[in-house]
Design a protein around this ligand. Structure first.
Ligand code: PLP
Length: 398
């Protein structure tokens, strides 16, 4: 047994900062940007249209509208369904604000349903309990890239004529039962934000499998102007347009497309690297009882967007936030995905949500730690992260 007078050896912080994420661009993106700048066409144009085709094919969807964010994609999906005052939209509290904010913008009420503790994905039974005669949509969030239980969710929602939308911000590469998730639902919203699996800084896309909604979505995405208005300044002559709806300004433009079109070509290479790092992390933490790693379900392809662990703080003499601060001091970039949305002041005060409403989401929300995960890191970076976390667990265990 170790004598209490023997101190744990000090852990030496690495000199350079290991960020939570770093985007990987190469000469392909750089050359494409220059080509776009020199082409004279910088807004929505041929490169955006080419990316829409490529992304649609990648996702196995019928249509794709390239946009300036996933938030825009969610807003358009809700608007296409005419979500509005008096309507309810069910979603997970373990998500980023945009999933619910976009419904609030249209006057609808977000109703949360608790999650499954093993994956932090929305629980189908909890969705069923929250359905009312006002429910118009269910938005699933594939937490950190692991698909939700889609058969069960589609069955529950479908039997009551409720639309299922996928917030696929984390789930570009995800598959469910051998199919890309973009092929299994009417509408799926993707993100190309700076930290996402493929990026153009800010960007997004909505894939659509309903022919009756696609024209409306395209029109709404560009001020409500009649079809193909993006071409109005093209060389084949000025085209008049009509305003059909009070639409939004959500179009992706060719500078963004120049980046993300090449990122898409590298998506499998990036994915394979992140997968390898996730496996290394899981292996590093497998014998630490104070850490819970998330379960990976059978029959799915995980997108490995983020690496999140749950710190069992009931077994530690420090809080999660103290743990985060210690990791920062050791030069490791950390984050929390997410603080449960119903605990944020707007949602708490506007809809009366409070602590105790969603126990599984709250348990995770108080304990989650995201560690660095990006394709440009290397095995030594993962080893460093694992050993820093292990050192802190030893330091703080009860
Ligand atoms: C689950 C989820 N949904 C939506 C979004 C919004 O994405 P964007 O920044 O592209 O609007 C994010 C962004 O981080 C997210 O994590």
């Amino acid at each position: 047994m170790q004598s209490s007078s023997i101190k744990e050896p000090e852990f030496t912080a690495r000199p350079d900062y290991l960020p939570l994420h770093r985007a990987w661009f190469g000469p392909e993106e750089e050359n494409e940007i220059i080509d776009t700048l020199r082409s004279g066409w910088i807004t929505t144009g041929p490169k955006t249209k080419k990316f829409e085709e490529d992304f649609k094919n990648f996702c196995g969807a019928k249509h794709c509208v390239a946009l300036n964010s996933c938030t825009a994609a969610l807003h358009l999906a809700y608007a296409a369904l005419d979500l509005g005052p008096g309507d309810e939209m069910i979603t997970s509290p373990m998500t980023f604000a945009a999933t619910a904010n976009a419904a609030v913008h249209l006057g609808a009420k977000p109703v949360f349903a608790d999650i499954m503790p093993e994956t932090l994905n929305i629980h189908p039974d909890e969705i069923e309990k929250k359905i009312s005669n006002k429910t118009k949509a269910v938005t699933v969030v594939h937490y950190i890239g692991q698909p939700c239980k889609m058969d069960e969710i589609k069955q529950i929602a479908g039997s009551k004529n409720i639309a299922v939308i996928q917030d696929a911000a984390h789930a570009t590469e995800s598959e469910y039962k051998g199919r890309k998730i973009g092929s299994i639902c009417d509408m799926s919203a993707y993100s190309f934000y700076a930290t996402k699996n493929i990026t153009c800084g800010e960007g997004g896309a909505l894939t659509v499998n309903r022919d009756d909604l696609i024209d409306k979505i395209r029109i709404l995405s560009l001020h409500g102007m009649s079809k193909d208005a993006w071409k109005r300044y093209a060389k084949d002559g000025y085209a008049h347009y009509e305003i059909l709806y009070p639409g939004y300004k959500y179009n992706m433009f060719d500078i963004q497309a120049s980046l993300v079109m090449h990122q898409l070509k590298k998506i499998e290479k990036f994915w394979a690297l992140r997968k390898q790092f996730v496996e290394k992390y899981n292996d590093g933490f497998k014998d630490i009882e104070q850490i819970k790693t998330l379960k990976i379900m059978p029959d799915i392809k995980h997108a490995y967007h983020l690496y999140s662990i749950i710190l069992k703080t009931e077994m530690l003499k420090c809080t999660r936030d103290e743990f985060l601060a210690e990791l920062q001091k050791l030069n490791i970039g950390v984050s929390v995905h997410f603080t449960a949305l119903h605990l944020h002041p707007y949602y708490r005060d506007t809809y009366g949500y409070r602590r105790g409403d969603f126990p599984n989401a709250e348990y995770a929300s108080d304990r989650l730690v995201s560690l660095p995960l990006f394709p440009m890191m290397n095995a030594e970076d993962v080893e460093y992260s694992v050993s820093a976390v292990t050192h802190l667990i030893k330091k703080y265990k009860k």
